[in-house]
Design a protein around this ligand. Sequence first.
Ligand code: RB5
Length: 149
Amino acid sequence: MIAIGCDHAGFDLKPHVISVLEELGLPYQDFGTFSTDSVDYPVYGARAAQAVASGQCEKGIVLCGTGVGISMAVSKIPGIRCVCCSDCYSAVMSRQHNDANMIALGARVVGSELAKMILRLWLTTDFQADRHARRVDLIGRLEKGESIE
Ligand code: RB5
């Protein structure tokens, strides 16, 4: 199950996101927003992120104008590793090396075709683990306030 969350600025990109999920046969849960009426991106980002953090959803896709604000917001939730992404290389690497479990796209930054290409890559690339697992574990320890020195 893939969680989707967006604000008003990301709303128009959502049908394109859903088209990729349908193409890949991935079920999704849409946590809103459901119109272009102005809303606060942390609210909708958090709804999607909490579903990922709880294990209800495997991954999450969040959308706002830049991808920046909503990625900052969801990354405050323990267990969330969100990449704010506008290129294909980062999409792949954020899965292979960082085990990103959420991706944020900026609807005012990327066109719909680039967004779809990024998502296809991000959704179909696996974490490589090995030495990268140690580094991701270190991120988790920072999140808990532990020293990693
Ligand atoms: C909304 O105007 C805009 O600030 C928001 O979508 C996002 O880009 C914030 O980072």
